[in-house]
Design a protein around this ligand. Structure first.
Ligand code: EPZ
Length: 418
């Protein structure tokens, strides 16, 4: 298992480019199951979750060729409409094939995901939505089986809580359903909008993506398309925090500044200078003291839960007390204990964490518990005195492509060791 060895103390400087969005690429790959024609996707990040989705699609019967960030997919036939436990347990986003498989093949068998490091994360809303569209659902042996032999039919689905992949899954199911589907209380994340754009290029009729009501008029069939995935806003945000926490000056390039608005506001309130040199870049400069600023995670356009851990690392270096409230997942503070081992003063009480700073951090051996927690430990290590060894970096490899090389190019002392 790989580890990162990081020696803190260097301010980051220079440009750091971001990749295509992992959380946009995953549903886009699943969407290719909706047509027998080829789909070409550009800017697919080279991360482990994408390889897992590739394996899943190949098992289902698709041809998937990936080269230099370009994926060519062709699902001329669905051979086995199934997502096995072996894959679903390593990546919950595997449930994104549920909607497209029922819509295209009339049947899907998908393993239930089980427990997760950051919260319960059930898929009951995906299932509820498919039922509204006329699928018959049966659960046995840890699997959900959904059948709709005569196809799905449009319906109104009101999500009783906002779900990103649930919205995406239902959107993919509804594009081939007979008649109109209305998704209410839908997720408004940029990844949902990106998926709607891809589906529209394939011939789907979708209105309202990016708002909380999405209307989909089903069509008989979809065709091939070519599409470029949006930049990864969480990767961009991670590098923005890296600039601020190290008192550096970094321009994050190839990103969409609009997608990181909530983070920009917090960085500015904390005392960092944030500018937008070009339409596709954000520059973050920090010198002098940072101030503590409270933060509550929310669905988009609120502050992303996927940046909460990184923000907590930043607050360990800010003057005062910051209250961080996590509203999306029940158990997403695992990084707090690891940061405490590095000297941070953090008290967690249920959904709320209180961070008192600034505290001088010192390097220690720490364990990454999930993708974004790992990223936050890297950030804490960049300002810690001495050496930090982060174990289980396979978590970070799920969603960040070459993070150590990108940070090192901006002056960080970080090394991957086996
Ligand atoms: C997506 O997960 C992202 N994953 C997550 O990214 C992200 O943290 C999350 O959205 C929230 O923004 C992908 O896009 C592949 P949800 P998702 O359904 O869709 C509850 C990362 O680090 N819920 O929006 O699985 C759920 O338990 C990650 O890249 C139900 O109760 O999240 C949670 O509390 C991890 N029933 C809340 O809703 C359901 O059927 C929001 O979850 C579905 C969800």
């Amino acid at each position: 298992m790989d580890k990162f060895v990081i020696t803190g103390g260097n301010a980051l400087r220079g440009e750091i480019p971001v990749n295509g969005s992992k959380n946009s690429a995953l549903p886009a790959l699943a969407a290719a199951l909706l047509t027998a024609e080829p789909v070409t996707l550009h800017r697919i990040p080279h991360v482990r979750d994408i390889r897992t989705m590739q394996r899943l699609l190949v098992d289902v019967g698709a041809r998937v060729d990936i080269e230099d960030g370009v994926v060519r997919l062709e699902a001329s036939k669905i051979v086995s409409p199934e997502a096995p436990y072996e894959l679903v347990k390593t990546m919950r986003a595997s449930s994104l094939v549920l909607g497209p498989l029922v819509a295209r093949a009339g049947r899907a068998r998908v393993s239930l995901p089980g427990g997760c490091a950051i919260g319960a994360r059930p898929i009951n809303l995906h299932i509820f939505g498919l039922e509204q569209l006329g699928a018959r659902i049966h659960q046995s042996h840890g699997y959900i089986e959904a059948v709709a032999p005569d196809g799905l039919r449009g319906a109104t689905v009101h999500f009783d809580r906002i779900t990103v992949t649930g919205t995406e899954d239902l959107m993919m199911a509804a594009v081939l359903a007979k008649g109109e589907t209305v998704l209410r209380n839908a997720a408004r994340e940029p990844e949902v909008v990106d998926l709607a754009e891809l589906l529209s290029k394939m011939g789907a009729k979708i209105e309202g993506a990016g708002t909380s009501t999405i209307r989909i008029e089903g069509v008989e069939q979809l065709g091939g398309a070519e599409h470029t995935i949006i930049p990864d806003r969480i990767e961009a945000g991670t590098f923005m925090v890296a600039a601020a926490i190290t008192g550096g000056d970094v321009t994050v390039t190839q990103c969409n500044p609009e997608h990181v608005g909530a983070l920009v506001a917090k960085l500015q309130q904390a005392g960092a200078e944030v500018t937008q040199p070009t339409a596709g870049s954000v520059r973050v400069r920090a010198s002098g003291k940072l101030r503590s600023v409270d933060m509550t995670t929310e669905e988009y356009p609120g502050f992303a839960t996927d940046l909460q851990a990184q923000y907590m690392a930043l607050m360990t270096q800010a003057e005062g007390i910051a209250i961080i409230v996590e509203t999306i997942f029940e158990n997403r503070f695992m990084h707090a204990q690891e940061m405490a081992r590095m000297g941070a003063n953090i008290r967690v009480d249920g959904k709320q964490a209180m961070v008192a700073g600034p505290r001088a951090l010192s390097g220690a051996g720490v364990i990454a518990s999930d993708l974004r927690a790992s990223a936050s430990l890297v950030l804490a290590a960049l300002v810690a005195k001495g050496e930090t060894v982060i174990d289980r970096v396979y978590h970070i490899d799920r969603g960040y492509e070459k993070i150590e090389q990108k940070l090192a190019a901006a002056g960080a002392r970080i090394e991957r060791v086996e």
